[in-house]
Design a binder for this molecule. Structure first.
Ligand SMILES: NC(=O)CC[C@H](N)C(=O)O
Length: 309
């Protein structure tokens, strides 16, 4: 087994020295003003050991990484009937694309593109006020991470709301096909707030543990989801977690991963580790440029892969 403590330190040092860091998201001021020099890394291994380096305790906007936790929550509510309203195929299109929705009758390709995440948010809203639905998701994430300090960044939520015209279009379009059950503005409110959850790498890696432990909170702990559901969420992360760069991520890293436009990535080595990286500069697909590179190096050194013997 590689020396993980040393590995995280080496990678943090190596990444810190790279000048070409990608471009931070500019669509809202709270993201546009982030220093691209940040880098955080945290690896929680299967034995519970936590290895962290760099800005591992600095909260950042998890954005689309929240789609993993929201999906887990929605599956807990309605199980496999979710798949009548959202597909399970890679889209091959950017995260906020609308093109497939017309041809495919308002059924989004998968739960990790924005359209699919809006359907998931609509499910999580059922039977609740938006405030209660988002509170439920926040409590779930706090439980998974074992950390009650995790919070929503209201500034980010407000900025999402003020600028999210494409998401408004996606929600209205799906509403026209009958694939949203609530008024679009309520579903959008839940979605914008889930994107605005702020977490550190340490909190994110802790929250991802159930996906390395086959659905258990920790080995021997409470069950969050069944082993089959954990496997399936991992499968969706691998095939759809990086939008139209999901194939490239699988090729380079070989692990299920979910990115966010805040520069965070949660990656899972099933049975081995839950890994969170944060580097705010993005590549042309809206995924963390150096975060992906860091994960590629981690996979190379440790041999963690879902494609190995
Ligand atoms: N890829 C992302 O992280 C996208 C999230 C962003 N808030 C959006 O909805 O456009």
């Amino acid at each position: 087994m590689a020396d993980i403590a040393r590995l995280v330190r080496d990678i943090a040092d190596e990444i810190a020295a790279i000048p070409e860091r990608g471009d931070v998201a500019t669509y809202i001021p709270p993201l546009a003003t982030i220093d691209p020099g940040h880098f955080g890394l945290c690896i929680v291994t299967v034995d519970g050991a936590v290895h962290a380096a760099g800005d591992t305790d600095e909260p950042f906007s998890i954005q689309s990484v929240s789609k993993v936790f929201a999906l887990t929550q929605a599956l807990g509510k309605i199980g496999d009937t979710l798949w009548r309203r959202v597909g399970r195929e890679p889209s091959g299109t950017p995260f906020n694309s609308i093109v497939q929705l017309e041809r495919e009758q308002g059924i989004p390709r998968n739960p990790f593109i924005n359209a699919g995440a809006l359907v998931v948010a609509d499910v999580n809203l059922s039977g609740h006020e938006p405030r209660v639905a988002i509170g439920e998701l926040l409590r779930f994430v706090r439980y998974l991470a074992d950390d009650d300090t995790i919070a929503i960044d209201e500034k980010v939520a407000r900025a999402e709301q003020a600028t999210g015209f494409r998401n408004v279009a996606l929600a209205n379009y799906m509403k026209a096909f009958g694939n949203l059950t609530h008024p679009p503005e309520l579903t959008l409110g839940v979605y914008f707030h889930q994107c605005a959850i702020a977490m550190s790498c340490r909190q994110l890696a802790m929250a991802g543990r159930y996906l390395m432990h086959g659905g258990l909170y920790e080995p021997g702990g409470a069950r969050v989801v069944s082993p089959q559901r954990a496997r399936r969420i991992n499968a969706l992360m691998l095939t759809c977690g990086h939008y139209d760069a999901s194939g490239d991520f699988a090729f380079r890293v070989g692990l299920p991963g979910k990115s966010g436009v805040g520069g965070g990535i949660l990656a899972i080595a099933p049975g081995q580790a839950s890994i969170a990286v944060w580097s705010p500069g993005l590549n042309e697909n809206g995924n963390s440029k150096l975060g992906t590179l860091a994960l590629e190096k981690i996979a190379e050194v440790t041999g963690w892969s879902v494609f190995d013997r």
